[in-house]
Design a protein around this ligand. Structure first.
Ligand code: MN
Length: 290
């Protein structure tokens, strides 16, 4: 059964949030999953992690952990010390994830994000990231965690832009725990085939899905063919999380990072934001049969 979620930054334009409050808000909107910032888990005490685990469990919510590593923890970096720090950073995050029963780490874990495009020696970046990801994958295997590497569009990564590049990377890593995340926003920019065709071709490589309209508005607010996308996910027997990444708000830290330069929410207040989210959940449930 597919589970429907959202990225935590939907409601705010800051990365710093109260996840306990957002768990309740997610539940109110009818969501099954709250996607949190993976690195935030490093800043929470064991007591806070336990509170998050219990709150999510009581509300029937699952948690996924979304990561854009900082530049000084980039496992593709030329500097071996930075790569070693990056491997440790990813392993430390997974150790925290276990404490909240979270078993999926997603994002551009092979690089730093937002990428600065200073080093664009793609082959060398990939070679270094593959070697480090083998170590990270071993730790994930041990913990029962899946790492779903996000395929990003050209404006966010020079390493993995298409499904084929994602599969090639995972095959080189060769770990059961290291698979792919496909995101409709990035696929819409980079893939030659239509999105349902790419999903069908991806098959078992897909361990996490991000959904949003072409401009990252909520499903149902744009022109994506959600019925066809839902059918493709059923065709590959996808039973993981389908997580929205709606970015509608300008300003703060999130607006500039995501390049949201105009309000896409219709100047929504808190109540209206919840209403729009609840409506998008319905759009996905009906199209995904979730
Ligand atoms: Mn995404």
């Amino acid at each position: 059964m597919m589970k429907i979620g959202t990225h935590f930054a939907y409601w705010n334009n800051t990365w710093a949030v109260d996840y306990i409050e957002l768990c309740h808000r997610a539940k109110k909107c009818g969501l099954d999953v709250l996607e949190v910032g993976a690195d935030h888990l490093l800043n929470l005490s064991d007591a806070q992690l336990e509170e998050l685990r219990v709150t999510a469990k009581e509300l029937g919510l699952e948690i996924s952990a979304n990561l854009g590593p900082p530049k000084n923890k980039d496992i593709s970096d030329k500097d071996p010390a930075i790569r070693a720090d990056g491997v440790k950073f990813l392993c430390d995050i997974m150790d925290q994830m276990v404490k909240i029963d979270c078993n999926i780490l997603i994002g551009a874990c092979y690089n730093h994000w937002p990428y600065d495009f200073v080093d664009i020696d793609k082959e060398a970046l990939l070679d270094r990231a593959v070697e480090c990801m083998k170590q990270v994958g071993d730790h994930a295997d041990k913990l029962g965690i899946t790492i779903a590497l996000e395929i990003l569009n050209r404006f966010e990564s020079c390493m993995i832009n298409t499904l084929d590049e994602g599969i090639a990377f995972c095959e080189r890593v060769g770990k059961n725990s290291v698979k792919l995340l496909l995101d409709t926003f990035h696929m819409n920019i980079e893939e030659v085939e239509d999105i349902p065709t790419v999903l069908r071709r991806a098959g078992d490589w897909v361990k996490h899905v991000h959904v949003g309209e072409a401009n990252r508005m909520l499903p149902g607010q744009g022109h994506m063919d959600w019925a066809a996308i839902g059918q493709a996910l059923r065709d590959i027997n996808y039973d993981g999380k389908v997580v929205m990444e709606p970015f509608l708000l300008t300003g703060g830290e999130v607006g500039p990072a995501i390049k949201v330069w105009r309000d896409l929410s219709g100047n929504a207040d808190a109540e209206k934001m919840d209403e729009m989210m609840a409506k998008a959940v319905c759009v996905l449930r009906s199209n995904l049969n979730a």
